[in-house]
Write a protein that binds this ligand. Structure first.
Ligand code: PGA
Length: 245
């Protein structure tokens, strides 16, 4: 594992964006695994800035989003499909058919998950997976549990996750109770993984994750300890408990 600590959020985001840009230069057909939430916002801003400066193109790349709320249609402002359009896809040159995300309003979530797993297999897996981390150690929506769930699946969101995400909704009751997420297997089989953690709210979970190499499904990110190409990127705030330990 490589650990990179940057002075602030913006510099950390630019660092991650530059890794994506370098990969796309080397392999324009790269498959990117993309997250939503607060963490990747600065990375997407940096990618848009570089695209506008003609430093990168996504026209031959593909993307797979990590997860989506079950029950929210793509036009719902809190759906991750909407987030991706408003924060990245509307501003760069991905082909519409090359960006993959679970259909949140599906009537057959199980089938949607199986199809998603097969679509990832069909492109030979993900080249570059960007991850955030939940305050409970979740990656994607793989919540703490007694076992690792390997493939795309429907998940019941924990109260901690629903509370953490309520800031994007009118109230806690509006936060969906279920979601679809890539499994630990799909995430782990990515060729390179960048885990980005920003802000002091992530300091405690990052110290917990980094200071023990025990692999425990109750801290889903812990599986990443055995990934051969993991880079952890933090700003100083997210790194403070780890650095002071
Ligand atoms: P955040 O979410 O980027 O909004 O903090 C991260 C996550 O829950 O995985």
């Amino acid at each position: 594992m490589k650990i990179v600590i940057k002075k602030d959020k913006k510099i950390a985001a630019r660092y991650v964006a530059d890794q994506i840009i370098a990969l796309l230069k080397e392999k324009p057909t790269s498959v990117l695994g993309l997250p939503t939430g607060s963490t990747p916002k600065g990375v997407y801003d940096a990618l848009i800035e570089s695209y506008k400066a003609s430093e990168v193109s996504f026209s031959n790349a593909q993307s797979f989003n990590l997860d989506e709320y079950l029950g929210l249609e793509a036009s719902h402002p809190q759906s991750y499909a909407y987030y991706m359009r408003k924060n990245l896809f509307d501003f760069v040159d991905f082909k519409a058919t090359s960006t993959h995300i679970y259909k949140g309003d599906t009537h057959d979530a199980q089938k949607e998950c199986t199809d998603y797993t097969n679509r990832i297999k069909a492109v030979n897996g993900i080249d570059f997976q960007l991850l955030g981390i939940g305050p409970n150690g979740h990656i994607g929506f793989n919540e703490p549990s007694d076992t690792f769930n390997m493939h795309s699946h429907v998940v019941t969101l924990s109260e901690k996750t629903r509370k953490a995400n309520a800031r994007f909704f009118n109230d806690l009751a509006s936060v969906p109770k279920k979601a679809m997420t890539m499994g630990i297997g799909e995430i782990f089989s990515s060729k390179k993984i960048y885990l980005l953690a920003l802000g002091k709210e992530k300091a405690s979970i990052m110290a917990q994750f980094l200071l023990s190499d025990e692999i425990d499904p109750h801290l889903p990110a812990s599986i990443l300890h055995i990934h051969p190409e993991l880079t952890v990127v933090m700003d100083k705030d997210a790194a403070c408990s780890y650095q002071n330990a």
